[in-house]
Design a protein around this ligand. Structure first.
Ligand SMILES: C[S@@+](CC[C@H](N)C(=O)[O-])C[C@H]1O[C@@H](n2cnc3c(N)ncnc32)[C@H](O)[C@@H]1O
Length: 172
């Protein structure tokens, strides 16, 4: 599987411990260095590779070679709607037929939506961090041509803390 915006790898490490082979990417080499160190300590280094990559650029991965893509709180970072759509097209390109894309995002249903400094395109600054709050229409448009399996609401971390976990699958 391919993880985008893996940070220091809390999820990549969890997937590897469960037996998945993970390619973890992020545009920060610092987090990925910590991830590699932790992978050695947890004896899963052979199942994790890392790659520095900015998701605003095309993925350097061949067509239809990945079984699943995972992105926890990446798409709701400082990405424009156009950049998010371009990324979804890239994810579609690298996934095998029947492949799954699971992502989580902050959304406009959160009471804190709009409470920060507005930067347009549903992007607000909260405590120095830019957050792109997803309207449901954006979730639906990213799933066009896919099967939208689930939009699961949950909460995590500091305010704003309401998230959706979206699971969508390509036709087989
Ligand atoms: C909120 S953190 C989530 C990290 C990790 N997924 C987790 O849940 O612990 C967002 C991550 O996305 C990365 N990121 C933000 N913009 C990015 C971009 N344009 N390309 C690649 N990574 C990016 C950040 O470096 C950070 O590690």
């Amino acid at each position: 599987m391919l993880e985008l915006g893996a940070g220091h790898g809390r999820d990549a490490l969890c997937f590897a411990r469960q037996g998945f082979t993970v390619r973890a990417t992020d545009f920060s080499p610092t987090g990925l260095r910590q991830l590699r160190h932790a992978a050695h300590e947890q004896d899963v280094a052979e199942r994790i590779s890392t790659m520095v990559h900015d998701v605003r650029e095309p993925l350097p991965i061949p067509n239809a070679t990945v079984d699943a893509v995972f992105a926890h709180m990446l798409l709701c970072m400082a990405l424009s709607t156009g950049e998010i759509h371009a990324l979804a097209d890239e994810i579609r390109r690298v996934l095998r037929p029947g492949g799954t894309f699971v992502y989580t995002v902050r959304h406009t249903g959160d009471a804190h939506y709009g409470a920060g400094t507005a930067h347009g395109d549903d992007i607000y600054e909260h405590s120095g961090f830019a957050v792109h709050f997803f309207p449901r229409a954006l979730v639906d448009s990213l799933a066009e041509g896919w099967t939208l399996d689930e939009v699961h609401p949950f909460e995590e971390g500091d305010l704003p803390r309401r998230l959706w976990r979206v699971t969508q699958t390509l036709p087989g």
